[in-house]
Design a protein around this ligand. Structure first.
Ligand code: URA
Length: 291
């Protein structure tokens, strides 16, 4: 299949998952579209909470967006949250939705303990990582292990507190492995796609002024990009009008502690601070610059 066909299918799938997260259970396709979709090779089993069903053959689906986009602003996430609910209520609703979603398809290959998100529902800045690891699973909070402690230091270096920002992951359960122990693995694409509607709905509720995608997996999940972080970082991408900075995952910095790599992440954070209007001191400007 050509890259553009793959990109188109991915966008279509994202769009369908997005509708599903809003509570849509049925989609109408033309007969021609239905036959084309039915003939596609290797259809992944990604059914999350409520599998969408093809029921009629008359109305064409509206064109898929070029990039994954969160549910429309002010839409109630999942389509069930009462209008007028506070952000906290909406996020609690989403947390419940994930916790009680039917564990089928791609979600079966994830472990059972949900790790949702943490932070300020009114945050201007949202960080999105990959998936919880052993420490996060044990404490039920994202980014609390070694990588999380480094993320907290980065947040503090920006002049913020962990409680000021909103921290989430693309995948809300730790990916399962044989003989897991303390080991972790990268989530698969179907696992990411199954969880994606929830993080998109979180973005829709929080409405941050900027999102930081930590690492290639978060960038792939949010933006559908599969380039190296080196190529994706240092400039803003866009997700439904929200600027997204891709940068290295803190665990990369733990593996490669070179000052040059720390400086790259810091330069990305300086761009984010500038975007958010956070004042930057001379001292902050000079972090990780070789004397
Ligand atoms: N790495 C992640 O991507 N997310 C976490 O929550 C912890 C480590």
């Amino acid at each position: 299949m050509s890259p553009s066909a793959v990109a188109g299918l991915r966008a279509l799938k994202s769009h369908l998952l997005e509708l599903q997260a809003k509570g849509r259970t049925h989609i109408q396709f033309s007969e021609e579209t239905r036959l084309t979709l039915a003939s596609l090779p290797g259809r992944a089993k990604t059914a999350p909470a409520r599998p969408a069903a093809v029921v009629a053959e008359t109305t064409p689906v509206r064109p898929a967006p070029a990039t994954a986009s969160p549910p429309a602003q002010h839409a109630s996430p999942g389509g069930i949250v009462p209008e007028g609910a506070t952000k906290t209520e909406k996020l609690d609703y989403l947390r419940n939705l994930v916790a009680h979603c039917e564990r089928s398809g791609a979600l079966e290959s994830l472990r059972d303990t949900m790790v949702f998100a943490v932070g300020n529902p009114d945050a201007d800045l949202m960080f999105v990582g990959e998936a919880p690891g052993a420490d996060e699973e044990a404490q039920g909070e994202p980014f609390v292990g070694k990588a999380g402690q480094l993320l907290t230091k980065i947040i503090q270096a920006m002049g913020l507190k962990r409680e000021d920002v909103y921290i989430s992951n693309i995948v809300k359960y730790r990916p399962a492995m044989p003989d897991q122990g303390y080991g972790n693995r990268k989530p698969t694409s179907p696992e990411m796609e199954a969880c994606l509607p929830y993080v998109l709905a979180e973005i829709d509720v929080v409405q941050p002024k900027a999102v930081v995608a930590l690492g290639a997996t978060a960038a792939e999940g949010l933006l559908g990009l599969t380039e190296s972080v080196g190529r994706m970082r240092a400039h803003f991408h866009e997700l439904a009008g929200i600027p997204v900075m891709v940068t290295y995952h803190p665990s990369y910095l733990l593996r490669n502690g070179a000052i040059s790599e720390k400086r790259k992440v810091w330069e990305d954070m300086l761009l984010v601070m500038e975007k958010l209007g956070i004042p930057i001191s001379e001292k902050q400007q000079a972090f990780f610059l070789k004397k």
